[in-house]
Ligand binder design. Structure first.
Ligand code: NAD
Length: 363
């Protein structure tokens, strides 16, 4: 069976790391008919638009996309093309695995966590008012008339919307995913002791949904500051974490730090019918075209994509091949060597070829 998938190489190091993922998918023998589309700086130069309609239409049609990172030009158009894609398709789950993968450089060797971050609400909803603006003055006036707590008149304001709808669907996704993938425990992360209404709603909704999973799974909750400390000390105590947007973003990077850095941090943005797979890292412009950066995060994102497409066995082989190459520590990029200037570090393409070679041995 052949799949049709939108490929957005992106800009900066994007084309190099997505090419690396394609080398590995070819080696697996999964037939994918790629529809290559532009977004970001390259699209701006060609079409005068950062996110062309044609690119959105391709994702809409194919329902699945593999995407490289995209630079967010300062002061032009959207806040971020990446955020615009997530919002356009209502990709409400940001799924990020945090797995040690035999990496000798990892701070912890026994981490196997999946972060499920709500991707549409919270302080990242983009409802913000600049200090001294007419809008901020109106909002401050309303707040000061409704609340005992007074907001200073020279404040900038960011709104933190958390809905029952948004909380329910991320909780349902996380719990169903846990059952399907035979995981043991789902932990809801929050700060409901202080943010009683917003995080309180997120937490209460989680338990409401989790009740229906009684007997199938363990579930509990943890306050986000406590989680930060525990993750650094004993990450093996956690399995699946479900978090509101802001905490999810921060904990994802903390997780990447536990397993050896951004070069290994894969990601997926998933909605009801559409999913976009991309590494957690950005376009690292200073490394553009240097065949230097680590492609593993994008290769692992491709593994998540194969799992989503139902190619579970191939996804497992790909993840295993990455883990073996990382574990061996020979054909890896500078960031996975004991010292960043290690002369034995190989390039982006050579890393992909090493993974492809290992795939052939495993098949
Ligand atoms: P970045 O992730 O691009 O790079 C920060 C540093 O991390 C790099 O200088 C490099 O040292 C390291 N790094 C990143 N990826 C690596 C890899 N694959 N292998 C080895 N080392 C790697 O973050 P930034 O510099 O803050 O952002 C650059 C641009 O990327 C910005 O325009 C930002 O908006 C954008 N961005 C895009 C996405 C996305 O497309 N989803 C995500 C984050 C940032």
């Amino acid at each position: 069976m052949s799949y049709k998938v939108t490929l957005i190489p992106g800009d900066g190091i994007g084309p190099e790391v997505t090419d690396a993922a394609l080398i590995c998918i070819d080696a697996l023998g999964v037939a994918i008919d790629w529809e290559k589309k532009d977004a970001g700086e390259c699209a701006l130069n060609k079409y005068g638009q950062l996110l062309p309609e044609d690119t959105l239409a391709s994702i809409e049609r194919n329902k699945v996309a593999l995407k490289g990172p995209i630079t967010t030009p300062v002061g032009k158009g959207f806040r971020s093309v990446n955020v615009a894609i997530r919002q356009h398709f209502d990709l409400y789950v940001c799924l990020r695995p945090v797995k040690s993968l035999q990496n000798p450089q990892a701070l912890h060797k026994d981490v196997d966590i999946i972060i499920m971050r709500e991707n549409t609400e919270d302080l990242y909803a983009g409802v913000e008012f600049a200090a001294q603006s007419k809008e901020a003055a109106e909002v401050i006036k309303t707040i000061n008339s409704q609340s005992d707590r007074k907001v200073r008149p020279d404040s900038a304001i960011s709104i933190k919307p958390i809905s029952a709808f948004g909380s329910r669907r991320i909780a349902e996704f996380a719990l169903n995913y846990a059952v399907k993938h035979k995981r043991k425990k789902v932990t809801c992360v929050h700060k409901a002791n202080i943010m009683k209404y917003t995080d309180g709603l997120f937490l209460d909704t989680f338990y409401e949904v989790a009740e229906k999973f009684k007997g199938k799974l363990d579930y509990n909750d943890v306050i986000v500051d406590n989680l930060s400390m525990q993750l650094v000390r004993v990450p093996k105590n956690f399995d699946i974490l479900v978090l509101p947007n802001l905490y999810g973003d921060i904990m994802s990077d903390l997780g990447a730090g536990l397993i050896g850095g951004l070069g290994l941090a894969a990601g997926a943005n998933i909605g009801e019918k559409i999913a976009v797979f991309e590494p957690t890292h950005g376009s690292a412009p200073k490394y553009t075209g240097k065949n230097k950066v680590n492609p593993m995060a994008t290769i692992l994102s491709a593994a998540l994509m194969l799992d989503y497409l139902g190619e579970t066995k191939k996804a497992e082989i790909l993840t295993r091949a990455v883990s073996d190459v990382v574990g061996e520590g020979k054909d890896v990029t500078y960031d996975l060597k004991p010292h960043r200037d290690d002369p034995t570090a190989v390039g982006t393409k050579e890393t992909a070829l090493a993974v492809a070679h290992r795939i052939k041995e495993l098949l």
